[in-house]
Write a protein that binds this ligand. Sequence first.
Ligand SMILES: Nc1ncnc2c1ncn2[C@@H]1O[C@H](COP(=O)(O)OP(=O)(O)O)[C@@H](O)[C@H]1O
Ligand SMILES: Nc1ccn([C@@H]2O[C@H](COP(=O)(O)O)[C@@H](O)[C@H]2O)c(=O)n1
Length: 604
Amino acid sequence: MTRGILITVSSRQTAPKGRANTTTGLSLHSKLGGVYTPDLGRDTTVDGDPNGTSSEGNLCGEVSSDTHTPESRRRRCDRLATNYALGIGSAAYSLTQQSASDQPAYNHRQPLISNRRSTFTLLASLGNVIIGSVYEYESLNHSNGCRWGHHMGSSSKSVVDLIEASSGVHFSGLHLDGLEPRNSEVEQRTTSAAEHLHKQPFVIGVAGGAASGKKAVCDMIIEQLHDQRVVLVNQDSFYHNLTPEELTRVHEYNFDHPDAFDTEQLLCAMEKLKHWQAVDIPKYDFKSYKSNVFPARRVNPSDVIILEGILIFHDPRVRDLMNMKIFVDTDADVRLARRIRRDTVEKSRDINTVLDQYSKFVKPAFDDFILPTKKYADIIIPRGGDNHVATDLIVQHIRTKLGQHDLCKIYPNLYVIQSAFQIKGMHTLIRDAQTTKHDLVFYADRLIRLVVEHGLGHLPFTEKQVITPTDSVYTGVDFCKRLCGVSVIRSGESMENALRACCKGIKIGKILIHREGDNGQQLIYEKLPNDISDRHVLLLDPILGTGTSRCSRGLQTLPERIKIVTSEIEVGLNKDFRVIPGMGEFGDRYFGTDDDDQPVVPPQ
Ligand SMILES: Nc1ncnc2c1ncn2[C@@H]1O[C@H](COP(=O)(O)OP(=O)(O)O)[C@@H](O)[C@H]1O
Ligand SMILES: Nc1ccn([C@@H]2O[C@H](COP(=O)(O)O)[C@@H](O)[C@H]2O)c(=O)n1
């Protein structure tokens, strides 16, 4: 018995003929004058039950208000929030949970996370949008006693009103704190954020004990990246100058303590380089213990910045600047032997002084401050500069990253499907304002299918052997079957057909998000499979947009297990917060609701 409301919004093009409408049909004019017919009650098929007739599959069967208390709803929202990803791209889509590499056996499902204040982070790019934004489910007013599956605000507008209201510029995922006004300041920030994002250098941190071979590793990386603009910034350059008093007792000074470095100055320099400005970096003199003896070195912004130093991973603010962290791991006796040679030969120190400093400061500081930062490393290189395989692999990775969009450098779980002329051609047609609706739908469907297929490739799998008709054994893979889709009403529904075509009988839920929030609520409606927390979720949304500084925040806060797959990333947003170059109101264009000549469909 179906008690809740299921909203699926299907266009005249996509609503399957002959499927009964179980509830009253409604039509409305879009803001642009077209007709939009939400099909209330249809749809949402089930695993193995394309007609949606089984009790499991019919999502309408899950929404009894009796069985969903606000608390149970909150728990589900929390799970949803933590299990979900948002997809993007003009055909965009994403999925959640571990990838094949970190969860080879599908059976090992991740535990549910039940944090009360779940953060639902969206990163967008729609064939097209760039953006990151944050939903905080806590703000959804779970205690208003609203019915699970119903419109969620107690004094809110009707669902249809809300759908209509959401048919303007589509910003699913937009969360502007206090709904920032669209003033010129915001516009400027939006533009500059986009500009900076476009020029993010790739920052590599190289840490390790003194004389471990950090500089040797950096030199090898720089040598192999000879065709790229790479700069090396040494933490040594930011040693504090010693006071006259400290100078008189220099042998009691601990150069291996984090406080020996002027980290604020280092952060300042990095801030400039990250914003594509040249910076003067001091040249430290190990003999006079001063950084103002030699003229400063002018460092120009570059595609790759290598930050090297014994304690470069110590301060979290410095670590956060890094896209890749390398720890050079060399035996203590090798480090000591090298240090003795280096300090006696290059720094003209006597061996007793070197050994005293080592036992008093260098070794304890290594154990207390340097070694504990090894855990932050993405890559640990044993034997330092002798390890050519490691540096080759690192350089390969850097080259891959340099060839990618800046967002992919920052956010490793963002996947942009490899561009080819066919894909570019589809984007060209979809973006062209002159393209007819028929062509738009045709090419959008093609593109969406590619994105969906690509996204499915990120699902966990197990090895599977089959016997072929020639009686040979073929070792292949078996993808997990516990999937579901969730489309963001309504443009996300344009992606449902592709998902259904790829995953026979897949359950598909819905969410409706209000751009500006209704009574402070942005999640207006949701209809989700009951067992969503046991499933890998594919969230479908062709366009996501928001702006300003949340872009980087969104990227940084997006949990690693959430993957985002998209077909292209936009340049940015214009002053009206429209994605540029963009493709207009994708939902309206796809579903034909931007067509003034369409007749109004009377309610059934
Ligand atoms: N693989 C190696 N074999 C021999 N000597 C090395 C090797 N790597 C570095 N060294 C020497 O050890 C000393 C410290 O190396 P360096 O790369 O400057 O280490 P770090 O930057 O960690 O202090 C230098 O004198 C360097 O020439
Ligand atoms: N005046 C100074 C400053 C630093 N040191 C030592 O240098 C080591 C760090 O430099 P690396 O190139 O080896 O990373 C560190 O262990 C300091 O003790 C120094 O001796 N004198």
